[in-house]
Write a protein that binds this ligand. Structure first.
Ligand SMILES: [Zn+2]
Ligand SMILES: [Zn+2]
Length: 306
Protein backbone atom coordinates (compact mmCIF):
# COMPACT_ATOMS: atom_id res chain seq x y z
CA UNK A 1 0.00 0.00 0.00
CA UNK A 2 1.41 3.33 -0.93
CA UNK A 3 1.40 6.41 1.23
CA UNK A 4 -1.32 8.93 0.63
CA UNK A 5 -3.06 11.92 2.14
CA UNK A 6 -6.53 13.20 1.31
CA UNK A 7 -7.64 16.66 2.46
CA UNK A 8 -11.29 17.58 2.09
CA UNK A 9 -11.03 21.25 1.16
CA UNK A 10 -14.73 21.86 0.54
CA UNK A 11 -17.53 19.45 1.38
CA UNK A 12 -20.87 21.09 0.66
CA UNK A 13 -22.98 20.26 -2.35
CA UNK A 14 -24.09 23.20 -4.47
CA UNK A 15 -22.49 26.59 -5.20
CA UNK A 16 -24.14 28.86 -2.58
CA UNK A 17 -22.24 29.73 0.57
CA UNK A 18 -23.56 31.17 3.81
CA UNK A 19 -21.98 32.87 6.83
CA UNK A 20 -19.98 30.37 8.86
CA UNK A 21 -20.90 27.53 6.55
CA UNK A 22 -18.82 25.01 4.63
CA UNK A 23 -17.49 25.52 1.10
CA UNK A 24 -18.28 23.93 -2.26
CA UNK A 25 -16.51 20.85 -3.52
CA UNK A 26 -12.78 20.44 -3.82
CA UNK A 27 -10.38 17.79 -2.58
CA UNK A 28 -6.62 17.49 -2.39
CA UNK A 29 -5.02 14.07 -2.90
CA UNK A 30 -1.34 13.36 -2.41
CA UNK A 31 -0.63 9.95 -3.88
CA UNK A 32 2.53 8.40 -5.28
CA UNK A 33 4.41 11.68 -4.94
CA UNK A 34 1.84 13.51 -7.08
CA UNK A 35 -0.23 16.50 -5.97
CA UNK A 36 -3.74 16.09 -7.31
CA UNK A 37 -6.73 18.41 -6.96
CA UNK A 38 -10.14 16.90 -7.65
CA UNK A 39 -12.79 19.53 -8.44
CA UNK A 40 -12.31 23.26 -8.01
CA UNK A 41 -15.34 24.77 -6.31
CA UNK A 42 -15.13 28.20 -4.71
CA UNK A 43 -12.46 28.24 -1.99
CA UNK A 44 -10.10 25.69 -3.54
CA UNK A 45 -7.13 28.08 -3.65
CA UNK A 46 -7.47 28.99 0.02
CA UNK A 47 -8.02 25.31 0.82
CA UNK A 48 -4.82 24.18 -0.87
CA UNK A 49 -2.71 26.78 0.92
CA UNK A 50 -4.44 26.11 4.26
CA UNK A 51 -3.47 22.47 3.75
CA UNK A 52 0.13 23.66 3.85
CA UNK A 53 0.86 23.26 0.19
CA UNK A 54 2.61 25.73 -2.08
CA UNK A 55 0.53 26.55 -5.14
CA UNK A 56 3.73 25.97 -7.12
CA UNK A 57 3.35 22.26 -6.33
CA UNK A 58 0.18 21.97 -8.42
CA UNK A 59 0.61 19.07 -10.78
CA UNK A 60 -2.62 17.37 -11.85
CA UNK A 61 -6.19 18.68 -11.66
CA UNK A 62 -9.33 16.67 -12.38
CA UNK A 63 -12.78 18.13 -12.88
CA UNK A 64 -15.65 15.63 -12.58
CA UNK A 65 -18.21 17.84 -14.38
CA UNK A 66 -18.88 21.45 -15.27
CA UNK A 67 -21.39 22.42 -12.56
CA UNK A 68 -20.07 25.60 -10.95
CA UNK A 69 -19.72 24.06 -7.49
CA UNK A 70 -16.98 21.89 -9.09
CA UNK A 71 -15.30 24.28 -11.51
CA UNK A 72 -15.93 27.93 -10.54
CA UNK A 73 -12.46 28.53 -9.09
CA UNK A 74 -10.37 26.46 -11.51
CA UNK A 75 -9.24 29.50 -13.47
CA UNK A 76 -8.52 31.52 -10.34
CA UNK A 77 -6.53 28.63 -8.84
CA UNK A 78 -4.31 28.32 -11.91
CA UNK A 79 -3.91 32.08 -12.27
CA UNK A 80 -3.04 32.50 -8.59
CA UNK A 81 -0.54 29.62 -8.79
CA UNK A 82 1.01 31.44 -11.75
CA UNK A 83 1.39 34.67 -9.78
CA UNK A 84 2.85 32.59 -6.90
CA UNK A 85 5.67 31.45 -9.18
CA UNK A 86 4.38 28.30 -10.83
CA UNK A 87 7.28 27.11 -12.97
CA UNK A 88 6.14 23.68 -14.10
CA UNK A 89 3.25 22.82 -16.42
CA UNK A 90 -0.09 21.76 -14.97
CA UNK A 91 -2.37 19.23 -16.63
CA UNK A 92 -6.09 19.71 -16.17
CA UNK A 93 -8.41 16.83 -17.01
CA UNK A 94 -12.13 17.31 -17.40
CA UNK A 95 -15.17 16.56 -19.52
CA UNK A 96 -16.00 18.01 -22.92
CA UNK A 97 -16.43 21.76 -22.57
CA UNK A 98 -13.53 22.25 -20.15
CA UNK A 99 -11.31 23.68 -22.86
CA UNK A 100 -13.97 26.27 -23.65
CA UNK A 101 -14.13 27.23 -19.96
CA UNK A 102 -10.35 27.69 -19.88
CA UNK A 103 -10.20 29.69 -23.11
CA UNK A 104 -12.98 31.92 -21.79
CA UNK A 105 -11.14 32.42 -18.51
CA UNK A 106 -7.81 33.42 -20.04
CA UNK A 107 -9.65 35.71 -22.41
CA UNK A 108 -11.42 37.40 -19.49
CA UNK A 109 -8.03 37.85 -17.76
CA UNK A 110 -6.18 38.82 -20.93
CA UNK A 111 -5.29 42.30 -19.71
CA UNK A 112 -3.74 41.03 -16.50
CA UNK A 113 -1.97 38.05 -18.06
CA UNK A 114 -0.35 40.10 -20.82
CA UNK A 115 0.68 42.95 -18.59
CA UNK A 116 2.36 40.58 -16.12
CA UNK A 117 4.25 38.85 -18.92
CA UNK A 118 5.63 42.21 -20.09
CA UNK A 119 5.89 44.00 -16.77
CA UNK A 120 7.06 41.15 -14.53
CA UNK A 121 8.74 38.87 -17.06
CA UNK A 122 6.50 35.94 -16.29
CA UNK A 123 6.10 32.95 -18.58
CA UNK A 124 2.83 32.81 -20.51
CA UNK A 125 0.16 31.17 -18.31
CA UNK A 126 -1.65 30.03 -21.44
CA UNK A 127 1.33 27.88 -22.38
CA UNK A 128 1.72 26.35 -18.91
CA UNK A 129 -1.69 24.76 -18.69
CA UNK A 130 -2.64 21.75 -20.76
CA UNK A 131 -6.34 20.95 -20.83
CA UNK A 132 -7.24 17.33 -21.59
CA UNK A 133 -10.89 16.49 -22.19
CA UNK A 134 -11.76 12.91 -21.33
CA UNK A 135 -14.63 10.46 -21.62
CA UNK A 136 -15.28 7.10 -20.00
CA UNK A 137 -12.35 4.71 -19.59
CA UNK A 138 -8.65 5.33 -19.03
CA UNK A 139 -7.89 8.99 -18.41
CA UNK A 140 -4.23 8.87 -17.44
CA UNK A 141 -1.43 6.37 -17.05
CA UNK A 142 1.76 7.95 -15.83
CA UNK A 143 4.37 5.74 -14.15
CA UNK A 144 2.64 3.86 -11.33
CA UNK A 145 -0.34 6.22 -11.28
CA UNK A 146 -3.45 5.39 -13.24
CA UNK A 147 -6.77 7.19 -13.42
CA UNK A 148 -9.97 5.81 -14.93
CA UNK A 149 -13.40 7.36 -15.36
CA UNK A 150 -16.96 6.05 -15.23
CA UNK A 151 -19.88 8.05 -16.57
CA UNK A 152 -22.40 8.42 -13.71
CA UNK A 153 -26.06 9.43 -13.52
CA UNK A 154 -26.37 13.18 -12.92
CA UNK A 155 -29.17 14.51 -15.11
CA UNK A 156 -29.40 16.77 -16.95
CA UNK A 157 -25.59 16.73 -17.09
CA UNK A 158 -24.42 13.84 -19.27
CA UNK A 159 -20.68 14.53 -18.98
CA UNK A 160 -20.17 13.68 -15.31
CA UNK A 161 -17.57 11.12 -14.28
CA UNK A 162 -16.62 9.13 -11.21
CA UNK A 163 -12.83 8.82 -10.96
CA UNK A 164 -10.63 5.99 -9.73
CA UNK A 165 -7.03 6.77 -8.78
CA UNK A 166 -4.66 3.82 -8.39
CA UNK A 167 -1.08 3.70 -7.28
CA UNK A 168 0.85 0.56 -6.24
CA UNK A 169 -2.18 -1.27 -4.91
CA UNK A 170 -3.90 1.73 -3.34
CA UNK A 171 -7.18 2.85 -4.88
CA UNK A 172 -9.14 6.02 -4.13
CA UNK A 173 -12.52 6.51 -5.81
CA UNK A 174 -14.63 9.66 -6.16
CA UNK A 175 -18.31 9.14 -6.97
CA UNK A 176 -18.67 12.66 -8.41
CA UNK A 177 -22.29 13.92 -8.39
CA UNK A 178 -24.66 11.07 -9.07
CA UNK A 179 -28.04 9.60 -8.32
CA UNK A 180 -27.92 6.05 -6.92
CA UNK A 181 -25.87 4.29 -9.60
CA UNK A 182 -25.22 0.54 -9.08
CA UNK A 183 -22.38 0.30 -11.69
CA UNK A 184 -20.40 2.51 -9.35
CA UNK A 185 -20.08 -0.47 -6.98
CA UNK A 186 -18.11 -2.41 -9.62
CA UNK A 187 -16.06 0.65 -10.45
CA UNK A 188 -15.17 1.17 -6.77
CA UNK A 189 -14.56 -2.56 -6.10
CA UNK A 190 -12.00 -3.07 -3.32
CA UNK A 191 -10.98 0.60 -3.13
CA UNK A 192 -9.26 1.75 0.05
CA UNK A 193 -11.35 4.91 0.12
CA UNK A 194 -14.66 5.76 -1.53
CA UNK A 195 -15.62 9.42 -1.41
CA UNK A 196 -19.32 9.45 -2.18
CA UNK A 197 -21.74 12.35 -2.39
CA UNK A 198 -24.73 12.24 -0.03
CA UNK A 199 -28.02 13.88 0.74
CA UNK A 200 -30.38 13.67 3.72
CA UNK A 201 -34.02 13.61 2.73
CA UNK A 202 -35.33 15.42 5.82
CA UNK A 203 -32.85 18.23 5.26
CA UNK A 204 -33.76 18.66 1.61
CA UNK A 205 -37.23 19.95 2.48
CA UNK A 206 -35.88 22.68 4.73
CA UNK A 207 -33.19 23.55 2.18
CA UNK A 208 -35.77 23.91 -0.56
CA UNK A 209 -37.91 26.19 1.63
CA UNK A 210 -34.91 28.36 2.50
CA UNK A 211 -33.54 28.70 -1.04
CA UNK A 212 -36.81 29.81 -2.48
CA UNK A 213 -37.18 28.00 -5.79
CA UNK A 214 -39.19 25.17 -4.31
CA UNK A 215 -40.39 22.27 -6.38
CA UNK A 216 -37.86 22.55 -9.22
CA UNK A 217 -34.89 22.42 -6.85
CA UNK A 218 -36.33 19.44 -4.98
CA UNK A 219 -36.92 17.67 -8.28
CA UNK A 220 -33.34 18.27 -9.42
CA UNK A 221 -31.90 17.09 -6.10
CA UNK A 222 -33.89 13.87 -5.93
CA UNK A 223 -33.20 12.95 -9.56
CA UNK A 224 -29.51 13.79 -9.63
CA UNK A 225 -28.10 12.98 -6.20
CA UNK A 226 -27.82 10.03 -3.79
CA UNK A 227 -29.32 9.65 -0.36
CA UNK A 228 -26.84 8.83 2.41
CA UNK A 229 -28.20 5.28 2.67
CA UNK A 230 -27.64 4.79 -1.06
CA UNK A 231 -24.02 5.88 -0.70
CA UNK A 232 -23.75 3.22 2.02
CA UNK A 233 -25.21 0.60 -0.31
CA UNK A 234 -22.59 1.38 -2.98
CA UNK A 235 -19.81 1.16 -0.37
CA UNK A 236 -21.14 -2.18 0.92
CA UNK A 237 -21.49 -3.70 -2.54
CA UNK A 238 -18.03 -2.46 -3.54
CA UNK A 239 -16.41 -3.72 -0.32
CA UNK A 240 -14.36 -0.58 0.18
CA UNK A 241 -12.02 0.01 3.13
CA UNK A 242 -13.56 3.30 4.17
CA UNK A 243 -16.53 5.38 3.09
CA UNK A 244 -16.11 9.14 3.23
CA UNK A 245 -19.24 11.21 2.65
CA UNK A 246 -18.76 14.53 0.90
CA UNK A 247 -20.77 16.95 -1.24
CA UNK A 248 -23.28 17.01 1.61
CA UNK A 249 -26.82 18.27 0.98
CA UNK A 250 -27.72 20.01 3.16
CA UNK A 251 -24.33 20.94 4.57
CA UNK A 252 -25.15 23.91 6.75
CA UNK A 253 -28.46 23.14 8.42
CA UNK A 254 -28.04 23.71 12.16
CA UNK A 255 -30.66 21.04 12.81
CA UNK A 256 -28.60 18.36 11.05
CA UNK A 257 -25.43 17.07 12.67
CA UNK A 258 -22.92 14.29 12.14
CA UNK A 259 -25.08 11.87 14.14
CA UNK A 260 -27.93 12.23 11.61
CA UNK A 261 -25.63 11.35 8.73
CA UNK A 262 -24.17 8.39 10.62
CA UNK A 263 -27.65 7.10 11.46
CA UNK A 264 -28.74 7.28 7.82
CA UNK A 265 -25.63 5.51 6.49
CA UNK A 266 -25.60 2.80 9.18
CA UNK A 267 -28.76 1.30 7.71
CA UNK A 268 -26.71 0.10 4.74
CA UNK A 269 -23.02 0.30 5.68
CA UNK A 270 -21.28 -1.22 8.72
CA UNK A 271 -17.71 -0.48 7.70
CA UNK A 272 -15.38 2.38 8.50
CA UNK A 273 -17.13 5.69 8.00
CA UNK A 274 -16.10 9.33 7.89
CA UNK A 275 -18.57 12.18 7.52
CA UNK A 276 -16.73 14.85 5.57
CA UNK A 277 -16.18 18.40 6.74
CA UNK A 278 -13.95 21.15 5.44
CA UNK A 279 -10.33 20.67 6.38
CA UNK A 280 -10.63 17.03 7.39
CA UNK A 281 -7.53 14.99 6.59
CA UNK A 282 -7.27 11.26 5.99
CA UNK A 283 -3.67 10.05 6.14
CA UNK A 284 -2.22 6.65 5.43
CA UNK A 285 1.51 6.07 5.59
CA UNK A 286 2.58 2.56 4.60
CA UNK A 287 2.90 0.23 7.60
CA UNK A 288 1.82 3.02 9.90
CA UNK A 289 -1.62 3.10 8.29
CA UNK A 290 -3.61 1.64 11.16
CA UNK A 291 -2.04 3.98 13.65
CA UNK A 292 -2.71 7.11 11.65
CA UNK A 293 -6.28 6.15 10.84
CA UNK A 294 -6.93 5.69 14.55
CA UNK A 295 -5.74 9.22 15.09
CA UNK A 296 -8.48 10.32 12.82
CA UNK A 297 -11.08 8.39 14.78
CA UNK A 298 -10.14 10.20 17.96
CA UNK A 299 -10.45 13.50 16.15
CA UNK A 300 -6.84 14.38 16.83
CA UNK A 301 -4.00 15.63 14.66
CA UNK A 302 -5.78 15.15 11.39
CA UNK A 303 -8.22 17.98 11.79
CA UNK A 304 -5.65 20.71 11.62
CA UNK A 305 -7.90 23.40 10.27
CA UNK A 306 -11.41 22.10 10.76
ZN1 LIG B 1 -22.20 19.42 -7.16
ZN1 LIG C 1 -23.41 18.56 -10.19
Amino acid sequence: MSKYRIVLLGTKGGPAIRPGGPWPTSTLVELGGRTIVVDCGLGVTRGVTDAGLSLKALDLIFITHLHSDHVLELGALLHTAWTAGLATPVKVFGPAGLNRYWQGFVQALEFDIEIRIIDEGRPDLREMVEVVEFGEGEVLRDGDLSVTALRVDHPPVTECFALRFEHQGTAIVFSADTAFFPPLADFARGADILLHEAMLEEGVERLVARTGNGARLREHLMASHSLAGEAGTIAARAGVGRLVLNHLIPADDPEIGEADWVEAVRKTWNGTLTIGRDGLVVVVEGDDARNREDLHETGDAEERFA
